[in-house]
Design a protein. Structure first.
Length: 145
């Protein structure tokens, strides 16, 4: 059992995952600060300094803190939007999403090339036919890193 555990730990995937978790935790703090310290004050100014977290409704002895729920929803949407826009900017800077077009030969063109090669191999005994103009097919590829 110890040997299996050692093999599991020594695989690179475990270390990659650990690094990803640590970077994710650090990135989470950045996004939370962006929302809490920069975006929420601006939203508070736009809505007249309203604090959602203080909103509540009392029913007899119990208090329903619906404002905390609203605040959590607003935080979630702001965090999601922040991450979305950060990823969009990051991908644009990296050049992701660029497409490359490659012209692919049609089946007829490939067959014509094969025929011409066969004619050359026969030392020109047959009269060469002019190449047939076929329709080209466009194939789009996205660049992968």
């Amino acid at each position: 059992m110890w040997k299996e555990f050692k093999e599991f730990i020594s695989k690179g995937n475990v270390f990659d995952l650990a690094v990803a978790v640590m970077v994710g935790a650090a990135f989470s703090k950045i996004v939370e600060s962006l929302v809490k310290d920069l975006m929420m004050p601006v939203i508070g100014i736009m809505f007249g300094g309203i604090n959602f977290a203080g909103l509540s409704y009392r029913i007899k002895a119990e208090v329903i803190h619906y404002g905390v729920f609203i605040q959590t929803l607003v935080d979630f949407f702001l965090v999601a939007a922040s991450i979305f826009f950060m990823i969009k900017v990051f991908n644009k800077l990296r050049g992701k999403g660029k497409t490359y077009e490659i012209k692919a030969a049609t089946q007829l063109e490939v067959l014509m090339e094969i025929r011409e090669l066969l004619q050359k191999m026969q030392d020109g005994k047959k009269e060469k036919l002019p190449p047939i103009q076929g329709r080209r097919t466009s194939i789009r590829f996205k660049k992968r890193d």
